[in-house]
Ligand binder design. Sequence first.
Ligand code: FAD
Length: 484
Amino acid sequence: LAIRRDMKPFGPPRVNRGLNTRQAMTVICWFRRVLRLDDHPALAAAAKNGAVIALAILDPADAAAHPASAQRQAMALPPLDAGLRARGSRLIVRRGDPATVLAQVVRDSGAVAVHTSQGLPFAGDDGLQAAVAGAGAVLHVHPLADLVPRGSVLTGSGTRFKVFTPFWRALRRTPIAEPLPAPRLTAPPAWPASDGPDWPEARRAMDRGWDVVARHVRAGEDAALDQLEAFLNRITARYAEGRNRPADDDATSGLSDALAVGEISARRIWHRAMAAQQDGQGGIEDFLRELAWRDFARDLFHASPNIDRTCWRPEWNDFPWRGDGPDAEAWRRGRTGIAMVDAGMRELFATGRMHNRVRMIAASFLVKHLMIDWRVGLDWFARCLTDWDAANNAMNWQWVAGCGPDASPFFRVFNPDTQGTKFDARRRYRDLWLDPDAVGAQEFADAAPRSWRVDPHDRLAPMVDLDTGRQRALDAYGRFKRRD
Ligand code: FAD
């Protein structure tokens, strides 16, 4: 491999004698929320570039803000290490601030380059570039293996889509690149020290015992592929309707946490699903359409990196939402007295997951019936979800709050009780999490911190009358619209 000119400024490349140039050059691949060997553009590039040090970084800031997601990432590391060892490599794990860790591992290993994937939000790699360059190497940031490259699916006039359905139609006409195979890896002449996959900061940051949540996780690249196969074998033409029923857990793929930590790529899912569709499997088109929401969210985040902090429609930053406080705390603890909301919030706390329909119901209740700022809810979901994804979480919270793109109009206020009657007619979901003798209610009681003093036999009165809450929201919306 010719020594790339751009490596010259840091003096002659560090070539280890006795190996050919490619093998002799050591490069680092930072597995940055892409915890797999399959369809991994940064790893494929690193493998072409030299002997690879596979590095995972456990960032304390990530653990503090997103403990469930951090723990979910930590669970992905042992299977990833096993996959690397099967290829004569291994996973080096370091805890700390990414820029500091990268510079240290470059210095420890004499690596000439670091390859990694785009982070979310997409901005902000300058500190990394400087730290890696300061240690004498070059940082290469590669696109994620999403369905389409960011900003590549545009309207006829070349602008970004602001509404999902036309985005979906344009994406559907776009050829989706084939997934990359897992590359052959050359081991470096020496391995830097590794901290191992344990992540005490993440466990300490958890608001509840991780072991309860871990029961609901199937970690690892192989497990994700198995889960995909199992789903494609059971999906039917009724997926679009079945995916709305929270008690029918098997109606959807359950792949969001594997996608969020990067154990499987969207492209791998797309191509396997297309093959299943060609074999006559029903429901695939609707499933691919849901998968495309994830790319739509990434495109929005790429165009507006602050949509997890400010309203995508700026005028909504003046909307009179209330701040955090006792009402928000009752919502977080599943103690609103509204069955579908409380069931969902308890599922979230006990398992790190929450059914999509229930996420919509619980989020709508917070921002409309309680008139509490959507960012309060977004932050709680970011702490508790094992499938936390910065782009998906931001887009969906803004969709529910009415301030995002293609948003559900604010005046369309979900009624949690009628939603329950419609989507959980036999109360299987609500009973699972609210009936004191049910397994879900017990899991929640086990997971909840002692300070919450959860008594499964509690009978809670609704904290707000649903009609009163709805009218209050509509009145506030009316005043807001007339404010000019
Ligand atoms: P399936 O129906 O099997 O769909 C397959 C994949 O498509 C999902 O894994 C997911 O990657 C994608 N997808 C499906 N629905 C959506 C959607 N509405 N938006 C974006 N992508 C979607 N999803 C996350 O992955 N992380 C989050 O942090 C997140 N926060 C949310 C917050 C709120 C308020 C709401 C209403 C939704 C949020 N979602 C989030 C979207 C959705 O709830 C989950 O993706 C879905 O429940 C995952 O279940 P599944 O994998 O079985 O989905």
